[in-house]
Design a protein around this ligand. Structure first.
Ligand code: DP6
Length: 326
């Protein structure tokens, strides 16, 4: 059967960096995120007798042998549950350029999980889909549920899944993603999670993130934007400190990244409530409330030599669509 799914990328306010079990992708800390409406992946999966091996194609981009292996490995997890021996053809398309500064593994594995499970006629719950997506790429489990999402760390695979805290309409937040470089990262996140464990700050950041996770949930409950902003910056800087002091160190920032951070501090002094968070790369996610978007964008548009700006609103979780890619 052939099925197609759409899944959105997500930005974490409290981040996932470091695992207690690398194979099962069990995180050292719980995380909180928002799905991003302008950054999504469409994936069509067809299982059939006519295929003699799994294939994976990305419209408008190249895929490496390693990526094909990862996709096939994920299909095998789903085949096992469905007791199927059929191979599949997989075709994906991103709304953003691959290696263009937006991580595609979250939306990619979430869309693959939903499309493949349905193509094999599995009737899985949101929790089961989230657990499966997590096994493909940790952050992908947060792209399964709607809107604003929490991923509780869990001690076992069964306990480690994401669930929706609030629907996309709960809080009119914006993620203004400023792309300062479109270069692919030299070290993949999966290895980065492991290298960070050598950092002298690793355990400290884990214990701080556990506290900040609870604080972030309070900020959501009260819709307290300055509180959420302070927390997200604190955890982002702690995570990057771990990255920078791992072995070998991972230094993701560019001069432009620092320039934008400095500008954000300055804009806050001028009275614009805007905060930043940064994933495993140099691009900066500027988070503000919808009511401040316009006056804030005027400032952002004046920053010189940036590659692209993507303005994201909160999005729903992963779902099936009727239009197939082949
Ligand atoms: C910095 O989910 O890409 O974006 O589980 O090894 O595939 P793997 O890692 P991945 O890590 C994402 C890390 C992050 C922070 C976050 O999204 O929480």
């Amino acid at each position: 059967m052939k099925k197609t799914a759409k899944a959105y990328a997500n930005i974490a306010f409290i981040k996932y960096w470091g695992k207690t079990n690398e194979e099962l992708r069990l995180p050292s800390t719980s995380s909180v995120s928002m799905n991003l409406d302008k950054c999504f992946t469409l994936t069509t999966v067809e299982f059939a007798q006519k295929y003699y091996k799994d294939s994976f194609e990305l419209i408008g981009g190249k895929v490496t042998e390693k990526e094909i292996e990862k996709v096939s490995g994920h299909l095998s997890r789903i085949r096992k549950i469905a007791k199927s021996t059929q191979f599949a053809k997989v075709v994906s398309q991103n709304s953003f350029p691959k290696d263009g500064g937006v991580a595609s593994s979250a939306s990619g594995f979430a869309a693959l999980t939903v499309a493949a499970a349905n193509a094999l006629d599995l009737d899985l719950s949101e929790k089961e889909l989230s657990i499966l997506a997590r096994l493909g790429s940790g952050s992908a489990c947060r792209s399964i549920p709607d809107g604003f999402v929490e991923w509780c760390e869990g001690k076992t695979s069964e306990e480690s899944f994401a669930r929706s805290l609030y629907s996309p309409s709960y809080w009119d937040l914006r993620d203004i993603l400023v792309i300062v470089s479109t270069q692919a990262k030299k070290i993949a996140s999966t290895l980065g999670h492991h290298l960070g464990k050598q950092s002298i700050f690793y355990e400290k950041r884990v214990s701080q993130a556990k506290k900040l996770f609870l604080e972030a949930k309070k900020a959501f409950l009260k819709k307290d934007f300055p509180l959420l902003g302070e927390i997200m910056e604190k955890d982002c800087l702690a995570m990057h400190s771990v990255m920078m002091t791992g072995s070998p160190p991972l230094f993701y920032w560019l001069p432009k990244t620092v320039e934008i951070i400095q500008k954000i501090y300055q804009w806050r002094e001028e009275g614009i409530p805007v905060y930043f968070t940064i994933d495993a790369g140099p691009n900066v996610h500027l988070i503000c409330e919808g009511k401040d978007e316009k006056r804030f964008l005027e400032k952002v548009n004046k920053i010189k030599e940036i590659k692209n700006i993507i303005i994201n609103k909160p999005a729903r979780g992963a779902y099936l669509i009727n239009e197939h890619l082949f």
